[in-house]
Write a new protein. Structure first.
Length: 467
């Protein structure tokens, strides 16, 4: 059997309905990690769906309780074919965000796949069940064609990624020796365009925080007190305006990194951002001046105001509000010191006479920015594998625009991280009507069958031995 046979098996797995059948079972399990009532569903996904699937491929599976007592469990699976063979570590998450059942279009349900043309609707089709189902399906096709993987594989499936991956770092720290590997390969996030195979090598970090001003206990009549009492809504708006310009340019010096190097610019110079049908048009005059759209989202931080409240927006009255509050977010890249993000903001606000603004870290977990250099040998190897199957080179992103717990794998476990996404930006991820594009899923199966096959070839083993 050959590489082409493994790819042909992956195509048949899709064309004959095998992939759809597997995905339908998985989507039907309502694994909402934000909903405490779904704890049984999280357990069922690991034990009743993932464990049998993996054991049929010769994996030895172990359920691992979360070091954080109130968080969902993990499933760890490994297939060790030879002690001295190349070892790959992979990852997936079986949880999804809340279904938002009532907000889906008529005739659709988050817990049932609805096919409409090339779109397959259902919660988790894009994030992340559809993606790890592609990887596992392709892996099974390689196993059938070769009789083995030709390498060792360790897989960790968590059930809390949508709540910030509680316990993941602690688990990997505890099991660091057991999780030792040569390379990390997994799938999440979108391609840069639906028809463009993509590799990304890390992720932007994220930190949410709150800004607030509280002047007094209650509101006061705007006629009697207007012009006499400071308005916290106006003050907070001006404070935010000193953080970011009217066109989105970041003004905090420490938030402006020097890590957008010539090498990073070169690798994303040809990247075409395309969210697919229905995606919003890019605002060309928004963001850091002088940067291309790709450089803005993959090579530069972004500051966002997620919510802003002063007074009662639903029932406004003629009163000067006593307080104002905003929820903000900074997406970071390598080169910004994580521990200095909020102290730097404090210094910046004070310099601009906004010491009245209170900064409060959000309860949402922060994620660190990571990036594998594009000229890393494993990146070049992955590019060659994908290009061999696709017929052209993939887009290479130094990091995803969004955030993932990649720092756990890249920094704690010390692994070169290569992500191969199987979704697209217009998939309605984290929203009603989430969907997977069928042609993209079929293409993903082909690409992953080729990549898994190539990991079992001597060239990959030599690369691991050299490292």
């Amino acid at each position: 059997m050959s590489r082409s046979d493994a790819i042909a098996r992956a195509e048949r797995y899709f064309d004959d309905g095998g992939y759809l059948a597997d995905l339908e079972r998985r989507i039907a399990i309502p694994t909402e990690s934000q909903n405490p009532e779904r704890r049984t569903a999280l357990e069922d996904y690991l034990e009743r769906e993932m464990r049998p699937t993996l054991e049929r491929m010769g994996f030895v599976c172990e359920k691992m309780q979360n070091p954080q007592a109130d968080a969902g469990p993990f499933l760890y699976a490994e297939r060790i074919e030879r002690a001295d063979a190349l070892t790959v570590f992979s990852y997936a998450h079986g949880d999804v965000i809340r279904g938002q059942d009532a907000q889906w279009a008529e005739g659709r349900s988050p817990w049932r796949i609805t096919r409409e043309g090339e779109r397959w609707y259902g919660r988790g089709t894009a994030d992340n069940k559809g993606q790890h189902s592609i990887n596992l399906g392709a892996l099974a096709c390689v196993l059938e064609a070769r009789g083995g993987f030709g390498f060792n594989l360790k897989l960790l499936i968590e059930t809390g990624e949508e709540t910030g991956s509680p316990g993941l770092r602690a688990l990997c720290e505890r099991e660091q020796a057991r999780f030792r590997a040569d390379l990390f390969v997994a799938s999440d996030g979108p391609r840069v365009a639906p028809d463009q195979p993509t590799l990304f090598l890390g992720s932007r970090g994220v930190l949410n925080f709150e800004l607030s001003i509280e002047h007094r206990a209650g509101g006061h009549h705007s006629g009697n007190w207007g012009g006499l009492l400071a308005n916290p809504g106006i003050q907070l708006a001006h404070a935010i305006a000193c953080i970011v310009s009217p066109r989105g340019e970041i003004r905090v010096p420490e938030w402006r990194p020097e890590s957008l190097t010539d090498a990073v610019r070169a690798v994303i110079s040809d990247v075409r951002i395309d969210g697919g049908p229905g995606a919003p048009p890019i605002d060309r005059n928004w963001g850091e001046p002088g940067l291309s759209p790709a450089e803005r989202v993959y090579g530069w931080p972004s500051f966002e105001v997620l919510a802003f409240r002063t007074g009662d927006p639903d029932r406004p009255v003629n009163a000067i509000p006593p307080r104002a509050h905003a929820v903000c977010q900074l997406r970071t890249v390598v080169g910004i010191e994580p521990d200095d993000i909020l102290p730097a903001l404090r210094r910046h606000l004070d310099r601009n006479d906004f010491s009245i603004v209170r900064i409060t870290p959000s309860r949402d977990p922060a994620m660190a920015a990571t990036r594998l250099e594009p000229d890393h040998p494993w990146v070049q190897w992955a590019v060659e594998s994908i290009a061999r199957t696709a017929g052209h080179e993939p887009a290479i992103l130094p990091n995803l625009g969004g955030s993932l717990p990649n720092d756990v794998f890249a920094e704690l476990l010390g692994l070169p991280t290569v992500w191969v996404p199987h979704s697209y930006a217009g998939c309605s991820q984290h929203a009603p009507n989430e969907h997977l594009l069928a042609p993209l899923a079929r293409d993903g199966l082909r690409l992953m069958a080729g990549l898994w096959w190539d990991l079992g070839e001597p060239a990959a083993q030599r690369l691991a031995d050299r490292d």
